[in-house]
Design a protein around this ligand. Structure first.
Ligand SMILES: *Cc1c(COP(=O)(O)O)cnc(C)c1O
Length: 487
């Protein structure tokens, strides 16, 4: 039994109880041994719970109530953009003409779906300032890898094989160095200054004729706008390298500035962040990649094109890096992003950017007196606090994150970026009301007070959740693969 008196579904089981009814069989029964190798056929029934329909309904409803998602509460998970997923997106994605088509259908029969994808590509080109966009990649990291493979193909097609290094600032998202490694490059780290921005002197020191690309996240993972992008672009282009823009967090930039205008050659976006696709739990996501003209021949094929007023996939791309995703990306997420862009319109997207930045700055300034703020400057869509002051009193950032659960909040991202001691990375997003922001701020201030007056309550948190503090790694290291009935 757990704290909320909710028995496990296996504890509710009563032999013979069923939660479904099937019509009587009106076709001949099949002998499984004619279809499957006999050693793959069960000899005993699976140990499944036997419960009524009402029990199983209550079981899943109770589980869903224990979950924390954007629809159930504030979710300020920095760098993840956990913003509201408009319900109109869901209804459009369920239109039978979108939901019931098959990826192997003849192109002639799915022109509407192809038009939507083509139009989405056009909007993303406009938003990013790039010349062409592919919707194939299924996530941000997948987009990074796709972009780097194109950069690699570009250099190699010119007979330039010495460009083995990708430069990544120390404040980058962890996927950047990982993607560079998977794409076969060596990662070179460039330092941030004490202002939290890329250190230009250090950048000049590491560039050379072995530089394939610089990957820049902007705003960076401290939530700060990189102010010297044009200088960086000049330094990289000077030595023949390409500029990669990690645009996973376009919430703070969209409709205000465009990576294409800043000199970037490649950019990826996370439609499951900025463009309101639901995410978490492993996807599905969508990480489109935009490129400038000289990288267009290397785009993953097929490329969706418009020919004589019809949409078609062009496979005749001899320089393409090849297909990076079966069929053509995660269509359902692309429908949601398209619906969002069309329902917001250009003014709406601009307002999104302004509110995302306003909300983050409001929250940062109100929390500043109670925590340490290592980089005290205007932030973009997110900001990073440090729990060093609380650590001196014996309370860690992890403890405060757990205590937030008692107030009904999903904690922010913690201990990231790595260059901030006891970091808390908070992203309120533009979709939350001032009342919600204030309530979260009050909870944070209350916790800061508890640290001073009654630290045990924070150190032993959470107190109100279904189970107490979990071992952070046990589930990954010792997964329970099979339920065994208690003896
Ligand atoms: C989320 C994120 C990524 C990775 O995106 P996934 O879809 O999780 O692979 C990359 N860079 C930044 C800055 C991000 O915030």
């Amino acid at each position: 039994m757990h704290k909320d008196n909710q028995a496990l579904i296996f504890e509710l089981t009563k032999e013979g109880r069923v939660g479904y009814s099937l019509p009587t069989l009106d076709v001949p029964e099949v002998d499984l041994s004619e279809l499957l190798p006999t050693d793959l056929i069960r000899t005993e029934a699976a140990e499944l719970p036997e419960v009524s329909e009402l029990d199983i309904m209550r079981h899943y409803t109770a589980l869903s109530n224990r979950n924390h998602g954007v629809d159930s509460g504030f979710y300020p998970l920095g760098s993840c953009t956990m913003k509201y997923n408009p319900k109109i997106n869901e209804s459009v994605a369920r239109f039978p003409g979108f939901a019931n088509i098959h990826p192997l259908q003849d192109e002639k029969t799915v022109q509407g779906a192809l038009e939507l994808m083509f139009d989405l590509q056009e909007h993303l080109k406009e938003i990013t300032g790039m010349d062409e966009v592919t919707l194939q990649p299924a996530a941000g990291a997948h987009g990074e890898w796709t972009g780097l493979m194109m950069i690699r193909a570009y250099h190699e097609s010119r007979g330039d094989f010495k460009r083995t290094k990708v430069i990544v600032p120390d404040s980058a998202h962890g996927t950047n160095p990982a993607s560079a490694t998977v794409a076969g490059f060596e990662t070179v780290t460039v330092k941030s200054s004490d202002q939290g921005l890329v250190d230009l002197e250090d950048l000049k020191r590491v560039v050379g004729d072995d530089t394939a690309a610089l990957m820049l996240t902007n705003p960076n993972t401290l939530g700060l706008f990189e102010e010297q992008i044009l200088e960086m672009a000049a330094i990289i282009h000077e030595v023949g390298g390409k500029l990669y823009y990690d645009g996973a967090n376009l919430n703070a930039v969209m409709s205000k500035a465009r990576p294409g205008d800043m000199g970037f050659d490649v950019v990826h976006l996370n439609l499951h962040k900025t463009f309101t696709g639901p995410h978490g739990g492993g996807g599905p996501g969508s990480g489109p990649v935009g490129v400038k003209k000289d990288l267009m021949p290397y785009l993953p094929k097929p490329v969706l094109v418009k020919k004589d007023e019809a949409y078609t996939f062009d496979y005749d791309r001899p320089k393409s890096i090849g297909r990076v995703k079966p069929f053509y990306g995660n269509f359902g997420i692309n429908v949601r992003a398209y619906t969002y862009i069309r329902s917001m319109g250009p003014d709406g997207l601009k307002a999104v950017t302004e509110y995302a930045v306003l909300n983050a700055n409001y929250m940062m300034r109100r929390l500043q007196p109670h925590f340490d703020l290592p980089y005290d400057r205007h932030c973009k869509h997110e900001f990073v606090l440090s729990g060093r002051r609380q650590k001196k009193l014996g309370v860690r950032t992890l403890d405060m994150a757990k205590r937030l659960l008692d107030f009904g909040y999903h904690p922010p991202t913690i201990y990231f970026p790595l260059n901030v001691e006891e970091g808390m990375m908070i992203e309120p997003t533009e979709t939350e009301s001032k009342e919600t922001l204030d309530a979260f701020i009050d909870a944070m201030i209350q916790i800061a007070k508890e640290v001073e007056e009654n630290p045990e309550i924070v150190q032993n948190a959470p107190h109100t959740t279904v189970i107490n503090r979990l071992d952070e790694t046990k589930a990954a290291r010792q997964p329970v693969l099979r339920y065994r009935k208690a003896e």
